[in-house]
Design a protein around this ligand. Structure first.
Ligand SMILES: C[S@@+](CC[C@H](N)C(=O)[O-])C[C@H]1O[C@@H](n2cnc3c(N)ncnc32)[C@H](O)[C@@H]1O
Length: 311
């Protein structure tokens, strides 16, 4: 059975994102269309919504769920990092609001069969984009011990990165690691039992790191944030929901740079010039879901939303 994703922080998103009911909005991570359905209801019949995702099967489900909005909704299979080119192609210069709801959807975890979850035994793939190049299987079986270790450290802050990388390389000598269960058991046995986390599976961080690497999640987010302000009208809003501290840090730092008006040369941590602020954060701190939402949707517990406005 296909699991539709339960969208998080719907009321908060709608309150901050929709400033004009006949404006143009972007859902950069449409998934199975939960947030888009809500945006659609608030901007129909005059507003427009452009939806992006890189996962072909999620897009298929979103198309069905959003079909009642007709031509007011366009759904494109494309990465949000290329939002500027998508908008140009359809003749739009600026929009009133952009939403990114990062991470993985319940549909992908539970029904996609692509190995996002250690709770199921599936082929080790983890590509959100079916046409993407490198799968988790290739990363796990072909990377050097040093790069596996770096990946676990950089993308999940995994304390046991060295031991896990060593265990993977040792296991590979007897044959490739091909399934999620195989990997989950391997990680579990690589971490000393007394250090197994009490509330989550010991392989949680390894799976997170691999997913981030396979889908270039942090690079895409940083690339998008460089271009986002110029895609918004004055007063237009950007809302981003992150699910772990690495993602949230990238968003928070971009917001700080915009407020300070700092312009960096590509990829260098040196301030090139200072301009008037590009965007201002609407809240100093990230917003968390309310307790009621966390009780009914445990996945929302790690969500943190940041919103900024184009000035
Ligand atoms: C948490 S889900 C979004 C769920 C959605 N808000 C809903 O209500 O159904 C994250 C989605 O982002 C998509 N995604 C990940 N990286 C992307 C990228 N670079 N460009 C577009 N979509 C991306 C995933 O395929 C996934 O469907």
């Amino acid at each position: 059975m296909v699991t539709a994703h339960q969208p998080v922080m719907v009321d908060e998103i709608m309150r901050y994102l929709i400033t004009s009911p006949d404006g143009i909005y972007v859902d950069g991570t449409v998934g199975t269309g939960g947030h888009s359905l809500e945006i659609g209801k608030r901007i129909a019949p005059k507003g427009e919504l452009i939806c992006l995702d890189i996962d072909r099967s999620s897009i298929g489900l979103a198309r069905e769920r959003l079909s009642s909005f007709g031509e007011k909704i366009k759904i494109v299979k494309e990465s949000y990092v290329n939002l500027d080119t998508v908008l140009k192609r359809i003749g739009i210069d600026e929009v009133n609001g952009i939403l990114l709801d990062l991470g993985v959807s319940s549909y992908q975890l539970e029904s996609s069969g692509r190995g996002f979850s250690f709770l199921k035994d599936e082929p080790l793939d983890m590509r959100m984009d079916h046409d993407g190049n490198v799968s988790a299987r290739e990363l796990v079986n072909d990377s050097s011990m040093e790069s596996l270790r770096g990946l676990l450290r950089d993308y999940a802050e995994e304390r046991w990165a060295k031991r896990i990388a060593r265990a993977i390389v040792k296991q590979r000598r007897t044959g490739p690691i091909t399934s999620t269960r195989q990997l989950a058991l391997l990680v579990e046995s690589a971490i000393p039992a007394q250090y197994h986390p009490r509330k989550r599976h010991p392989a949680t961080k390894t799976f997170q790191a691999l997913r981030i690497a396979v889908n270039s999640e942090l690079g895409n987010l940083a690339g998008f944030l460089e271009k986002a302000p110029e895609l918004l009208v004055k007063g237009g809003r950007l809302a981003v929901i992150s699910y772990h501290s690495l993602e949230d840090r990238v968003v928070k730092q971009a917001f700080q740079r915009w407020e300070r008006g700092e312009v960096y040369p590509r990829k260098l941590p040196v301030v090139l010039e200072t301009r008037p602020p590009l965007m201002k954060a609407l809240r100093k701190r990230g917003l968390r879901p309310c307790q009621d939402e966390m009780d009914v949707n445990p996945r929302s517990r790690s969500a943190i939303m940041r919103v900024a406005e184009r000035v």
